[in-house]
Design a protein around this ligand. Structure first.
Ligand code: UDP
Ligand code: MG
Length: 318
């Protein structure tokens, strides 16, 4: 077959944008408009993959309209709210592009970083270019403090290193996305998974931005739960700590038992031992309960994995 050079047009690579949405009627149009404005300046063809994570507002209606207007807009709509992690997974599965970007819809992930991120992966130098907030301005003090502690301790107890302030916002090569999808676990902690799969990653720093409109879907408790999931998914150090704690308390109990028996032999006041006894019982009891609690978390994680439930259920798709 002869291919005439006249017909030969270089097609730009495709960048699939994976965008999770939960009650985002106030932001989704703004996001789309911002990216469409930016698109001509990008060396890629954009494909949108919106994942409606069980929104109860007009989000899906807006996304449907966008999909009718523009064939590059695709969506998946969940049967209920499955959480951002499930939405990201669904999006990564749908995305067919040569490059894939994960992005929040509220423009807290600055689209103007895209050209630089793309340059990093397209040059072949990096497999992934992520972003890192260097300030947390506009975020509550307490929330910032807890996040800081989480990253500090997580990096101590897990071999999977997390970058403090790193956002999920990143551009990845097809190869890296396939690697991420090859991890079959149900309780997905993307920040850990991105790091666990390896590959060469660069982080671009930027100043924190505020949400353009709407409200954050994450409460303090939701974040705490997410942090515990992260630890259980990527570290077994708490289990080891529990064993160490068990040994220490056994040692203390042994020493105090010897002390109490010796004292009873020397001075025959048997009732005097009562307070120390209660203290010891309480101490050992509390260590056991604590240990059981930690084990319980891992057991629960195990239990949820063995059920092999789907990570999400689609109600409609385009
Ligand atoms: N999100 C989601 N499912 C949820 C919660 C959030 O898909 O259950 C999406 C949300 O629409 C947004 C992104 O995840 O695109 C980040 O959420 P948000 O801005 O509420 O989080 P924050 O920036 O406060 O961490
Ligand atoms: Mg946000």
């Amino acid at each position: 077959m002869i291919i005439s050079t006249d017909n030969f047009v270089t097609v730009p690579p495709v960048l699939s944008l994976v965008v999770p949405l939960h009650n985002e009627e106030a932001t989704v149009q703004l996001f789309y408009d911002t990216l469409e404005d930016l698109a001509p300046a990008l060396p890629v063809e954009l494909q949108y993959h919106f994942i409606d994570d069980g929104s109860t507002d007009q989000t899906l209606a807006i996304v449907r309209r966008l999909a009718q207007e523009n064939p590059a807009v695709h969506y998946v709509s969940f049967s209920r709210n499955f959480g951002k992690e499930a939405a990201l997974y669904a999006g990564l599965k749908q995305a067919q592009g040569d490059y894939v970007a994960v992005m929040d819809v509220d423009l807290q992930d600055p689209p103007d970083l895209l050209p630089e991120m793309l340059a990093g992966v397209m040059s072949g130098e990096y497999d992934s270019v992520g972003t890192r907030r260097v300030s947390r301005e506009g975020e509550g003090r307490i929330r910032s403090w807890f996040s800081e502690q989480f990253y500090k301790w997580m990096n101590k107890i897990s071999q999977t290193q997390l970058v403090d302030g790193a956002r999920d916002y990143r551009v990845m090569t097809r190869q890296m996305v396939d690697a991420i999808l090859s991890l079959p676990e149900n309780q997905r902690f993307s920040k850990g998974i991105f790091s666990w799969v390896g590959f060469k990653t660069k982080y671009l720093p930027f100043e924190n931005r505020q949400r353009v409109a709407g409200n954050s879907s994450w409460s303090f408790w939701a974040l705490t739960k997410y942090a515990v999931e992260g630890i259980v998914s990527f570290s077994t150090v708490p289990l080891v700590l529990v064993t160490v704690l068990g040994f220490i308390s056994f040692g203390i109990a042994l020493v105090s038992a010897i002390f109490i028996v010796a004292r009873a032999l020397v001075s025959n006041t048997s009732v005097a031992g009562w307070p120390s006894m209660v203290t010891i019982i309480l101490f050992i009891g509390s260590v056991q309960l604590l240990s059981l609690g930690v084990m319980g978390r891992y057991l629960a994680a195990n239990y949820l994995e063995t059920k092999r439930r789907p990570i999400y259920i689609v109600r409609s798709k385009h």
